[in-house]
Design a protein around this ligand. Sequence first.
Ligand code: UDP
Ligand code: MG
Length: 310
Amino acid sequence: MTRMDFVVPVYNEQASIDTFMARLREALVGSDIEYRVVFVNDGSEDRTLDAIKRHRRQAVVIDLSRNFGKEAALTAGLDHADGDVVVPIDVDLQDPPELIPEMLQCWREGAEVVLARRCDRSTDSWFKRNSAGLFYRIHNAVADPSIPANVGDFRLMDRAVVEALRELPEARRFMKGLFAWAGFRTSIVDYHRDARESGGSKFNAWKLWNFAIEGITSFSIAPLRIWTYIGAVTALFAFTYAGFIVVRTLFYGVDVPGYASLLVSVMFLGGIQLIGIGILGEYLGRAYIEAKRRPTYLVRRVYGQSRDTD
Ligand code: UDP
Ligand code: MG
């Protein structure tokens, strides 16, 4: 019997829990796996905790002390999962559990990570689709290793991969990046992404923007290094122009006008410098937060600790 743990972060999802459990059961009926759901209640303000506690026969419930965000909740779930294979999955059924047998088959054939790739994102909003596409392009241009496009957190991982992820010491965790960084033998299964079962997405444009910055600054220092080159090009330009002015002054004498060009160049350089300082700040801020070594999440209580007790 293969032991499978589903890691399911939930934040205000009371309406989705029962449908999710029913659909999971249906999708896995007849397969030779023994599954368990590791629910992480990410500080829900509604009745989500009660809803998941009702499923304690098939589930462990990790109740976080407040809302820490999906990345932290996912980390908490991975820390508590102990199956032979571990599958992070969204509770809103946008990640179809019917895909599990196919993913499991890939694992049996030797893959240590089986990615589920959305073959179309027509159910996502126009904004989400395009912003995601742009993010992957920029991220993969500057960061190493690159993140496969159209792959979310939904994937099947061997125990060894989960152990490796747990070894990574950083407190701020951009999971998509960490997953990619870990590597391991990977195969891909395609699926069609459905619309959300109930409720709305928990991510607005501002959250996604910050998420993207988190991703890039966590896995690339290109935005820091680029200032050396911007500085070099600007300096080269300035020296050339200075030479030109000196020569012109020698031949034609002093001419007073030049106010406009002076102002433009001062403003331009001021702007460029502020952007550079802002980017320095992004990294410094992250180093500062990481240096405090606070834990990624805090657990209030765990219900149904180990496989044997439930
Ligand atoms: N989620 C969470 N904490 C948060 C935000 C979201 O645990 O602060 C969970 C949410 O309950 C869901 C999953 O993360 O199970 C994905 O969220 P959502 O469906 O809103 O994201 P989207 O599908 O829009 O990317
Ligand atoms: Mg969703």
